[in-house]
Design a protein around this ligand. Structure first.
Ligand code: MF3
Ligand code: CO
Length: 257
């Protein structure tokens, strides 16, 4: 989300192969980061763990210095509890019962992989677990619609319908996006929509689908740090994201954990 070139860039199978490697490295770095999540760890330590794996592969994150109110200062976003997206890693100590959404990416050979998962810190209560499960399932349901001939509206409709049936809310302010040589390309991919509306999906499109789900209201506000997006009512939020290639054989997830 945020801002991007509106151009839609169709990838060749060779380019999709490069993006698969970008996604694989991102997933490996995220897995190493998730392994550290426990009460007492700081979000800054999670950022450092992610960067350590990237260093091994001599790759960098597209998040670092991403243009915004000021250049984004870290390699990942760590958004805790009511923080929906774009939380900045730092001194915050995670505690038992928190949830942390880790959003991260890699530039490999000029192509971007982009993904996010919400992770429990120790034991979380049942309603928190349900929010996580619904958001994860919403991503899966959205992906299943990503076949050539379906539309952007079909994706959003599937995600929105499921999330709202489960009693949760979708932000209208932030969306998924095309991804490729740039982290944010066209098309914009809302997590809400109407069947049959919007652009048709075509083979070779690569899209980051990222349901952002709120427990109490769809409204969000941006904190004084100008990056962190929080739920307006302080309710819990979750965020799952994959980079997906649209192919004749169906959707291919390039960022499987
Ligand atoms: N990965 C996120 C997205 O899908 C957010 C990146 S924000 C950044 O748009 F500023 F950190 F880059
Ligand atoms: Co994204």
């Amino acid at each position: 989300m945020i801002s991007w070139e509106r151009s839609i860039n169709i990838k060749t199978p060779y380019e999709v192969g490069i993006m698969r490697e970008a996604g694989r490295i991102t997933a490996e770095a995220l897995a190493a980061t998730i392994a550290l999540v426990k009460p007492g760890v700081t979000t800054g330590e999670l950022n450092a763990a992610f960067e350590a794996v990237q260093k091994k592969y001599d790759v960098i994150s597209p998040f670092k210095n991403y243009p915004g109110p000021y250049p984004y200062p870290a390699s990942i976003c760590t958004s805790v509890n009511d923080e929906l997206v774009h939380g900045i890693p730092g001194d915050r100590v995670l505690k038992e019962g928190d949830i942390v959404s880790i959003d991260c990416g890699t530039i490999y050979e000029g192509f971007v992989g982009d993904m996010a998962r919400t992770i429990a810190v120790g034991q979380v209560n049942k309603s928190t677990r349900r929010l996580m499960e619904v958001t994860d399932k919403a991503l899966e349901i959205g992906i299943s619609t990503m076949v050539p001939g379906n539309t952007i509206g079909d994706i959003g409709y599937a995600v929105q319908t499921y999330v709202e049936e489960q009693g949760f809310y979708i932000t209208r302010t932030y969306t998924g996006h095309g991804v490729g040589r740039k982290m944010h390309e066209g098309p914009q991919v809302p997590n809400y929509g109407r069947p049959g509306r919007g652009m048709k999906l075509r083979e070779g499109m690569t899209i980051a689908l990222e349901p952002m789900v709120l427990a109490g209201t769809p409204e969000t506000i941006v904190r004084d740090d100008q990056w962190t997006v929080v739920s307006a009512d302080g309710s819990l939020t979750a965020h799952y994201e994959n980079t997906i290639a649209i192919t004749a054989d169906g959707p291919q997830i390039l960022t499987a954990l």
